[in-house]
Design a protein around this ligand. Structure first.
Ligand code: VG1
Ligand code: CO
Length: 542
């Protein structure tokens, strides 16, 4: 039976950079999930009568939130729910299934790279019919609805068995439990030269993929080991766990340290990679060579035609504003446009839908293309394998050759986590007010050319997004960027991004922190980070 249940609003259901993300305990409060998911159905009445994809990254509370979503979907008149077996669907696989099966949208349960568990984080994201994160006008409508919601409609049917592939019914709605890997694997097989990658592994090429006990384990096992012939054991930490094994499923040099250490040691395999909680991020690392995500985007763009799915070339490249300009140089050389968008994958959707961009990337270990409408961790890893299989050179040589041709964008990001929100906001406001005085001055021996608070005009739908990060731009392509995170769940996180371009012929092989030391010092002083936040060193340096 479907019941109408009276409810009252929660005042903290505003979606951030990537959906609604909070402490797990907040989501476990009665009516919290119900209110937010009902707000999605209320804001998107078109979901009634259609297909909805539901799945998550396997973290603590995933199954409970899925059962609630299914009961609410029945109440909202959804015709069919497709749910990944075991409640599992990586974010890119959910995007793939939405597109492949003509769904009207999807609800993805994940807090991405944030730790999980009863004391960790949880999240709910809504994706639209194009498979991408809901654009701002939709998330704004959902948020508005959470503030006025007075009732939700929910079925009192028993739990669906999420572990048995096949169809059941909840009220008038069909629930189909699907293999979470199948559609995604088929898509990857169309994009990449699987025969060449199989031959690469057969030749003795070695790899380690760290799934960090998160959602990509089943995908990586099926694709790398069972389909492409990588030896068993190539994929480690392959079983998704509700608390990610107590780890922080964020593929970077800090949280995937074991892999990073291995790749720097004399036991290093040829290639290393890792992905995050929900499978949309990737870290790529060669023997003795970490590849920054910004460089990875540029290198994939430069070599895209080696992959069958991109053999005809790319229409354009898009990167988030804080991502280094390395990809812009490749785009210029290819004679295709490059776009600079605010942080968050939702801003790429229109460019991809309109065919203006083919490859997209963010400095935060996100890379993707028009094959789905999310960033895609395993896709990036397969793209690299495709390039390596065709070029047969070590990652280190490929990167060096790229820099020799295009120059190098030295790059780093410094994160100050869980700082007090009020002083952090005040610091940003004060800096914003001073930006206009900076052009023409000289800092770290370089002239400031421009400084602003980044605003984006979407060339497709004409929408404007303001306040997307403070930029200080120097002559010669150096930059300092400041942003407050939109995904943190405690206090504020300040991200400081520092970049300097060195042209071919210059010193291309320095340590990035060293090469950027003077600019890093300027970045600290300019904002007064130590004085304002009490922090003298960042928590995470990438
Ligand atoms: C961070 C990254 C951003 C990314 C977002 C979601 O956002 O900087 O590039 O799109 O996480 O990634 P913020 O606002 O904390 O800087 V994920 O893997 O959560 O989907
Ligand atoms: Co993620």
């Amino acid at each position: 039976m479907i019941r109408d249940v009276a409810t009252t609003p929660f005042d903290d259901q505003k979606p951030g950079t990537s959906g609604l993300r909070k402490k797990t305990a907040a989501f476990m409060v009665p009516r919290y999930v119900e209110n937010f998911v009902q707000a999605i159905f209320d804001a998107e009445p078109g979901l009634a009568g259609g297909t909805l994809v539901v799945g998550g990254d396997g973290r603590y509370f995933n199954r409970e939130a899925i059962q609630t979503t299914i009961r609410l979907a029945a109440g909202a008149g959804v015709a069919r729910v497709l749910v990944g077996k075991g409640g599992i669907l990586s974010t890119p696989a959910a995007s793939c299934v939405i597109r492949a099966r003509g769904a009207k949208g999807g609800v993805i349960l994940s807090a991405s790279h944030n730790p999980g568990g009863p004391d960790g984080d949880f999240g709910i994201k809504f994706n639209g019919a194009n498979g991408g994160p809901a654009p701002e006008k939709v998330t704004d409508a959902i948020h508005a609805r959470t503030k006025s919601i007075a009732r939700y409609r929910i079925s009192d049917a028993p739990d669906v068995d999420l572990d048995a592939i096949g169809e059941t019914r909840v009220e008038g709605m069909t629930v189909e439990v699907i293999d979470p890997v199948e559609d995604y694997l088929a898509l990857m097989g169309r994009l990449f030269d699987f025969a060449a990658i199989r031959a690469l592994f057969a030749s003795g090429f070695t790899m380690r993929f760290d799934a960090m006990h998160a959602v990509t384990g089943p995908y990586a096992k099926a694709i790398l080991e069972r389909t492409l012939g990588a030896p068993a054991g190539t994929v480690v930490n392959a079983v998704p766990l509700p608390d990610f094994g107590g780890g922080h499923p964020d593929p970077n040099l800090t949280h995937a340290k074991e892999l990073a250490d291995l790749m720097a040691s004399d036991k290093s395999p040829d290639f290393g990679a890792a992905s995050d909680g929900d499978g949309d991020r990737n870290m790529v690392i060669g023997r003795g060579q970490f590849v920054t995500p910004s460089d990875s985007l540029a290198i994939l763009a430069a070599n895209a035609t080696l992959a069958p799915g991109y053999a005809k070339g790319i229409a354009g490249v898009a990167r988030s504003m804080p991502t280094s300009a390395a990809a812009d140089r490749v785009a210029a050389a290819l004679g295709v446009p490059s776009y600079e968008t605010p942080t968050g994958w939702k801003f790429f959707g229109n460019l991809l839908d309109a065919g203006l961009a083919t490859l997209c990337g963010e400095e935060s270990f996100g890379t993707g293309s028009d094959h789905v409408r999310e960033k895609d961790g395993l896709w990036a890893v397969l793209f690299w394998l495709n390039v390596l299989a065709r070029e047969r050179v070590p990652v280190k040589r490929l990167v060096a050759a790229h820099w020799a041709r295009y120059g190098r964008n030295y790059y780093t990001r410094h994160d100050y986590e869980e700082i007090d929100a009020a002083p952090a906001k005040a610091m940003m406001a004060d800096l914003a007010a001073r930006l206009a005085t900076l052009p023409g001055t000289t800092l770290a021996g370089m002239k400031v050319e421009a400084a602003d608070d980044f605003a984006y005009h979407d060339p497709v739908d004409g929408s404007d997004s303001k306040g997307q990060g403070l930029r200080v731009m120097f002559e010669g392509g150096a930059r300092i960027v400041y942003r407050l995170s939109g995904t943190g769940t405690a206090g504020a996180t300040l991200r400081v991004y520092v970049e300097r371009y060195v042209a071919p012929g210059g010193d291309l092989h320095r340590d990035a922190q060293e090469a950027l030391a003077d600019l890093i010092a300027v970045a600290r002083d300019l904002a007064g980070i130590a004085a304002r936040t009490g922090r003298t060193t960042p928590d995470v340096v990438t």
